[in-house]
Design a binder for this molecule. Structure first.
Ligand SMILES: Cc1ncc(COP(=O)(O)O)c(C=O)c1O
Length: 422
């Protein structure tokens, strides 16, 4: 589609969305979750479309460099693309076994064993899903009853709250503290009670880059065991780590194996977010519940892409070493750009995001107005910080930068933000 046509469509789309928001505004509901009400399901009054993906549309409108949504602007490994082509040609184009093709489940089991010493039976404990998003939703749908509380550590990825709400649960937010975005275990303890059903953890963390320490994970585990709570862990950035940070799945902590759902995906590690491939690893009965929801929501993940992701898991260790060193170089560049631009940020320990404070800029407005102003005036798109919080008023002076980009993209963004090469 030509750029101008695309732009017109995006603008029209945005105009219509704003019209709906205005028509349905109800003062009793928090603005962020307000746009759809009226005749729809009650749960919709607590939800709105993704801000992150809205920022991508805004980037297209303004032809801005898109550092908002977390996807790479480079290709997956060549071997993986070729494996997808081969799978298409080889006739693997029909439904697969609903839990995923056996070779992929076996490769996931082998990977969990090799990297983390975790034992999962591919026949029973692994479910291949349409992305991490589906795996989280299936876990919530199969474990949460109305009135159950789900602890979400904030800031958090935008997809978590809808998953809890779809399942009829009540979110309970516990903050990461600055500096360092660390978890205060006393604050966490205060959030646990007899209604707590699940705690949702994400390490390495989006949007802060925090990698949960052994001490933090052991603290969470202790509470899960004491209160009989399930840990659901989103480890989608498990291979994107900086310096000497190491990834530790909470399932590996003693006492946690049978009360943890370990979720990860292929999108970030192999730069194929549009393929929609993820997986959930859990012992029974947790696995059974996830499989049942998955069975009746998406049936199976895309068949030829499952074959290609099997090839991805067979890449040598050198792939992961290169991944880390490439991301380390990108992190150095983005941190230098932010510092030159007067945007204050702590370097991430993992993942490919950085939260930056724009208080030093002569800008009279909050994170939302800043994130709308930036692509329009400087040609760089970001995400408003407050969309990652459930507690009102948080993140109002921050925006999130995603730096899974080619070096030239980051340097071009640096020129726009600083007026010189980043
Ligand atoms: C922490 C986290 N979880 C889940 C997702 C979505 O994963 P998927 O695309 O596999 O559904 C993202 C995407 O940015 C993410 O950052």
């Amino acid at each position: 589609m030509k750029n101008e046509v695309m732009e017109e469509r995006v603008q029209e789309d945005e105009r219509k969305r704003m019209e709906i928001i205005h028509k349905t505004k109800r003062s009793s509901v928090d603005d962020r979750y307000n746009p759809v009400s009226g005749g729809g399901a009650h749960r919709m009054s607590q939800l709105r479309e993704s801000f992150i993906r809205e920022m991508t549309r805004l980037a297209i409108t303004h032809k801005a460099i898109n550092l908002s949504q977390g996807f790479p602007d480079f290709d997956p490994p060549r071997e993986v693309i070729e494996a997808a082509h081969q799978a298409l040609d080889a006739g693997g184009n029909q439904y697969t076994i609903t839990w995923g093709v056996p070779a992929l489940r076996q490769a996931i089991a082998a990977k969990m064993n090799k990297w983390y010493n975790l034992a999962f039976d591919p026949d029973e404990h692994i479910t291949v899903t349409c992305g991490v998003t589906e795996a989280i939703l299936a876990t919530m749908m199969s474990n949460v009853n109305p009135g159950d509380e789900v602890i979400i550590i904030e800031p958090f990825h935008e997809g978590y709250l809808p998953a809890v709400i779809f399942a009829g649960g009540t979110p309970r937010f516990v903050p990461l503290d600055s500096p360092g975005y660390t978890l205060d275990l006393d604050k966490l303890r205060a959030a646990f009670n007899e209604r707590t059903r699940i705690i949702l953890i994400n390490t390495p963390h989006n949007p802060t880059g925090h990698v949960f320490t052994r001490n933090e994970l052991e603290g969470i585990a202790k509470l899960c065991i004491e209160f009989n709570v399930i840990a659901v862990t989103d480890e989608i950035y498990e291979h994107i780590l900086y310096d000497d940070h190491r990834h530790l799945p909470i399932a590996a902590i003693p006492g946690m194996a049978d009360r943890t759902v370990t979720i990860s995906g292929f999108g970030k590690t192999f730069a194929l977010t549009g393929w929609r491939l993820g997986y959930a690893c859990a012992l029974n009965p947790l696995s059974l519940g996830i499989r049942t929801v998955h069975d009746f929501t998406t049936i199976c993940a895309p068949a030829p892409l499952q074959a290609a992701c099997t090839a991805a898991l067979n890449l040598p260790d050198a792939y992961y070493e290169q991944l880390r060193s490439d991301y380390a170089a990108r992190r150095t560049v983005i941190m230098s750009i932010l510092s030159k631009a007067g945007l204050v940020a702590e370097p991430p320990e993992g993942s490919y995001y950085v939260m930056a404070d724009f208080s030093q800029w002569d800008f009279d407005g909050d994170d939302h107005s800043f994130a709308r102003w930036l692509p329009a005036h400087l040609g760089v798109a970001v995400v408003p910080g407050s969309v990652f919080y459930g507690t009102k008023g948080m993140g109002k002076k921050t925006v999130r930068f995603a730096f899974a980009k080619k070096m030239e993209t980051l340097i071009a963004a640096g020129e726009r933000l600083c007026g010189e090469a980043g």
